[in-house]
Design a protein around this ligand. Structure first.
Ligand code: ADP
Ligand code: MG
Length: 495
């Protein structure tokens, strides 16, 4: 059988790590082939080799049965291969159309703009893209920008489209629209390689799957021969319970109470909510409906204070973040990179961020390194942070391990409320499972948890109660016994 792509014995080593170890991969024409593996397993490296960005140390590439010589992305284009990277590469100041035709020498950029528009418009209609071609890229949502990237590959004649973790940056609704685009690409004869570490996505879109772990192919199979549980096992190398679920415990007194707070300036709607000891309140909703402002209101980042926020009966509406934290609020921010860690500082220093007022670690402004180091080491152990030592800079860690550091720091001071905002965004299954178990065990210890997440399955598995947000207000509150995906979905859409 002739394959659209066949990679034979591809090996690629970086200093200290074999990113790809003798990889064999076969992709049939006109299928959606998923490359599944945890963060760091070598997926992007392999696809960057196919796309000509890296040269393999060993191994060969065959396109449609013929050996191919791909030295750079231009060669890849000539072989009909296009790639959409995890980080988009668009010119923000230009329109969608200009970005699509930019860099394709044969288009004669300015001269043929109206002709190019016609060609691109035809593509847009053919594949059913929803997009305004004349809008500036800087005004487009992430989902739209991704469509521009996909159109760019098609405009260059791609027959094989590689999508590197395309859903990682999208909202649930944009993900569904992306599935639609992938399906129509397939319908119109294209071949798609879909890179992911999320099992539910595979079940949605893939025809066949190659699982890689630590740079090696673990298995190659068609979707109908497998289950999410089997795939999880192959990906991680051990059994993982992909669903860690909540059980009810007796609730205590009210820990957090918010009264009539307006979250979005564009309307006058307000929200009120309450969380009790031993309760996880999940906030579901499409990103951008006030979740970020809710997170900021509770921790004290929202500028338009004072708000009516009560913590254990005390009005904290005018208190600073550090006052709130020292009263017993742990905070896992949605923006980990800017709000939770100092990327160029060590793991140890990042742990200190939570303890800078505490005597055993800092006395009269002087850091006690010995105490800090032993505290950090015990947290690293307890939270299973994979790190060579505590002095390594935190940006050397994977997202999952960074998040474990944040979780360790924010929960080690015995808070009574934990704000967990998008706590597993971008993490792999192993780390997700760990974070979920931890949140549930914190609940069992009687902590109140505000769980804000765009991942609906996460909210449904962990919460005792779900409040669905839409345009800055709570569109509905549902008790655990009445959880229903469709009903929540309708509320998310404002119905
Ligand atoms: P994935 O896409 O599956 O998350 P990658 O292919 O990005 O994984 O990375 C595989 C391994 O190779 C990781 O350990 C990563 O740190 C390493 N790696 C990737 N690119 C480089 C590079 N340019 N230089 C050094 N190491 C790299
Ligand atoms: Mg990658």
């Amino acid at each position: 059988m002739e394959y659209a792509i066949e990679l034979r014995n591809i090996t690629k080593e970086f200093p200290g790590i074999k990113a790809n170890d003798n990889i064999n991969l076969k992709v049939r024409k006109n299928e959606v082939h998923s490359l599944l593996g945890e963060n760091g397993s070598g997926k992007s490296t392999l696809m960057n080799i196919l796309f000509g960005l890296y040269q393999p140390d060993e191994g060969d590439i065959y396109i449609n049965g013929e050996k191919a010589n791909i030295k750079n992305p231009e060669d890849a284009h000539r072989y009909g291969i296009g790639m959409v990277h995890q980080h988009f590469m668009l010119v923000e100041q230009m329109t969608a159309l200009e970005n699509i035709i930019l860099g394709n020498e044969s288009s004669g950029f300015f001269l043929n703009k109206s002709k190019s528009y016609k060609i691109v418009k035809e593509m847009v209609d053919k594949y059913g893209f929803k997009i305004d071609l004349n809008e500036k890229v800087s005004n487009l949502s992430i989902g739209m920008k991704q469509r521009v990237e996909i159109l760019k590959t098609l405009y260059r004649g791609a027959e094989i489209v590689i999508l590197d973790e395309p859903s990682a940056v999208l909202t649930p609704q944009e993900v569904i629209e992306l599935y639609g685009i992938i399906n129509s690409l397939k319908e119109k004869g294209k071949t798609v390689i879909f890179i992911t570490h999320k099992l539910n996505e595979i079940m949605e879109v893939a025809d066949s799957i190659t699982v890689i772990r630590r740079g090696k192919v673990i298995s190659s199979l068609s979707k109908c021969e497998t289950t999410p549980e089997k795939l999880a096992h192959e990906m991680v190398g051990r059994n993982v319970e992909t669903i860690v679920s909540n059980e009810n415990i007796k609730l205590g007194k009210t820990v957090l109470k918010i009264k009539n707070v307006n979250l979005l300036t564009k309307n006058k709607d307000t929200i009120s909510l309450e969380i009790k000891e031993g309760e996880i309140l999940g906030i579901a909703g499409v990103d951008g409906n006030g979740q970020l402002q809710l997170e900021e209101t509770v921790i004290g980042l929202k500028p338009q204070v004072p708000e009516k926020v009560f913590f254990n009966g005390v009005d904290i509406g005018q208190m600073s973040i550090s006052q709130r934290k020292s009263m017993g609020i742990g905070y896992i921010p949605s923006d980990r990179f800017h709000r939770a860690i100092l990327p160029s500082f060590s793991v140890k220093e990042n742990v200190l961020l939570g303890f800078h007022d505490n005597e055993p670690f800092v006395n009269k402004g002087i850091i006690n390194n010995k105490n800090l180091l032993s505290k950090t080491e015990s947290l690293i152990e307890e939270f299973d942070v994979r790190v060579p030592n505590a002095s390594v800079s935190i940006n050397k860690l994977s997202g999952g391990n960074q998040q474990k550091v944040v979780l360790a720091r924010e929960t080690s001071q015995n808070p009574s409320l934990i704000i967990a905002a998008q706590p597993t965004r971008g993490l792999d299954v192993g780390a997700i499972e760990f974070i979920h178990r931890n949140l549930l065990s914190l609940k069992k210890q009687g902590k109140a948890i505000l769980l804000i997440s765009a991942e609906l399955s996460e909210v449904m598995n962990l919460s005792d109660k779900i409040a669905v947000m839409f345009e800055g207000k709570i569109q509905g509150i549902i008790e655990r016994k009445d959880f229903d995906k469709e009903r929540i979905g309708r509320l998310m859409a404002g119905n």
